[in-house]
Design a protein. Structure first.
Length: 144
């Protein structure tokens, strides 16, 4: 009887980087870049107008790309989709969602106006926290 290997790299042919993982990284970075660029460059003066006219939809695009990248990374061909990476990804998403919601509730009364991004989202911060937890469930479905 042969014991099952516990090495996650062995299960995928030993490759650390796959095309799916590179796409996931690109999506996560694109989402972060979209939110940062909108908040600090476009939002203050509204230019370029094609992006400025989207207003709060820019956050939907940015967080959508970010969360899509995390969901794409929850596949066995990526380091986060196999072995301990699944647990790390799942716990990160659940804890990040919980912290996002708790931070919103703690800061909502007096200090939310001084927190970048959260000040624009207002009640939509709850949707961001719940979306983090939803992505955590995507990782949970990969846990063996």
């Amino acid at each position: 009887m042969k014991l099952k290997s516990r090495d996650g790299l062995e299960q995928s042919g030993g490759r650390l980087l796959s095309v799916r993982f590179l796409v996931a990284i690109a999506l996560v970075l694109a989402g972060i870049a979209w939110i940062v660029a909108y908040y600090w460059r476009v939002r203050p003066d509204g230019s370029p107008a094609i992006v400025g006219d989207l207003d709060r939809w820019n956050y939907v695009i940015g967080f959508g790309l970010f969360f899509l990248g995390l969901v794409v990374s929850a596949h066995p061909s990526t380091p986060l989709g196999r072995g301990r990476g699944v647990v790390v990804g799942m716990l990160f998403c659940f804890v990040a969602g919980l912290l996002w919601i708790c931070a919103f509730y703690v800061l909502a009364a007096d200090h939310l106006g001084s927190v970048p991004v959260m000040n624009d989202l207002a009640q939509s911060n709850l949707a961001v926290g719940i979306a983090f937890m939803g992505v955590g469930f995507a990782f949970a479905t990969r846990w063996e």
